[in-house]
Write a protein that binds this ligand. Structure first.
Ligand code: NCD
Length: 311
């Protein structure tokens, strides 16, 4: 009966999650970690097919989704350069591409080059669509793994001071993460960026109503106060004016002076890929958690696929 057909479990925007969802996801992510360590994986998603469509480059997001599906016994079909290798190059709309691939798979993981592109896809898809990044919009599954990494380090979010650093204007990972952090009683959120690449005003106002928020431009001045420093790459591909890129480049490198200010229990996060924001020397510091993030991403995405597919 058509009227009992349920809406698919799309994952589009980090605002859609609440603390109860996160708590459940984290418990299941821990179970996935144990599963991988003990048995390598399971057959939970056997005979399920995940379609992966990426219109922008990726290393971690695409491969961790594909690994997550493989470790749960499912199958992956993938287009890693959909701008050139899919019928997009022949003028096909995202809607028609999604209607097509939904005939093949049980879930679609989509990275699109335009903000709102994944929402358009979800509107026409009869199977769950997962946003793996939509231009400078959002990247909700990255935010989930970022939150999981913070949770694993501290066991809670209450009372934490977090600094989001770098390209807050175009960085979709910081957008999604900021929305999630604002759902918890954190102590303070610092937005560390020069004016040219500050947080979009709509998101800034959203945060201002929910958390103690402070914008600043001097990372060193606040480094001693923070529990989490989340650094990001300048998203050069979205800068309209190359002169602006030149002006802001290299301003927020985590050089020795900044790292020396960090508290012993603080953690350094980065969604990767990095450019000059974190010198390779910092990798040896026990506070560097960015490769833990990568690893955690696998377990979180396994738990997500389980939930989205109702397994
Ligand atoms: C990020 C992205 O693609 O938004 N990478 C990722 O998915 N881990 C960050 C970036 O490109 O700078």
């Amino acid at each position: 009966m058509l009227d009992t057909v349920q809406e698919p479990n799309h994952i589009i925007d980090s605002k859609q999650f609440d603390p109860i969802y996160l708590n459940d996801l984290f418990t299941r992510s821990e179970a996935m970690e144990a599963l991988v360590l003990n048995r390598g994986g399971s057959d939970l998603l056997k005979h399920r097919v995940m379609v992966v469509l990426f219109y922008q480059p990726s290393t971690r997001t695409r491969l961790s989704f594909e690994t997550a599906m493989s470790r749960l016994g499912g199958t992956v079909v993938s287009t890693e350069n959909a701008l050139e290798f899919s019928s997009h190059a022949k003028g096909e709309s995202i809607e028609d591409t999604i209607r097509t691939v939904a005939c093949y798979g049980d879930v679609i993981v989509l990275r699109h080059h335009q903000e709102g592109g994944v929402k358009r896809a979800a509107r026409v898809s009869p199977v769950p669509v997962i946003n793996a990044g939509d231009g400078p919009g959002q990247h909700p599954t990255q935010a989930l793994l970022d939150m999981y990494t913070i949770y694993k380090a501290f066991g809670h979010f209450a009372g934490l001071t977090v600094a989001l650093v770098g390209d807050l204007k175009h960085g979709r990972t910081v957008h999604s993460l900021a929305y999630l952090l604002a759902k918890f009683p954190i102590k303070k959120l610092y937005l560390v960026a020069p004016e040219q690449i500050a947080m979009p005003i709509g998101l800034y106002q959203h945060l201002q109503e929910r958390v103690a928020l402070e914008s600043c431009t001097d990372l060193q001045a606040i480094a001693g106060e923070v529990d989490v420093v989340y650094t990001t790459r300048l998203q050069q591909e979205y800068f309209e004016d190359p002169a602006v890129f030149q002006q802001v480049q290299g301003q927020y490198t985590l050089h020795e002076g900044v790292v020396a200010q960090l508290r012993q229990e603080a953690i350094i996060l980065h969604p990767l890929p990095r450019n000059e924001e974190i010198p390779y020397l910092v990798d040896e510091d026990p506070r560097a958690h960015y490769f833990k993030q990568v690893r955690n991403g696998l377990f979180v995405r396994m738990a997500l696929l389980q939930q989205v597919l109702g397994a």
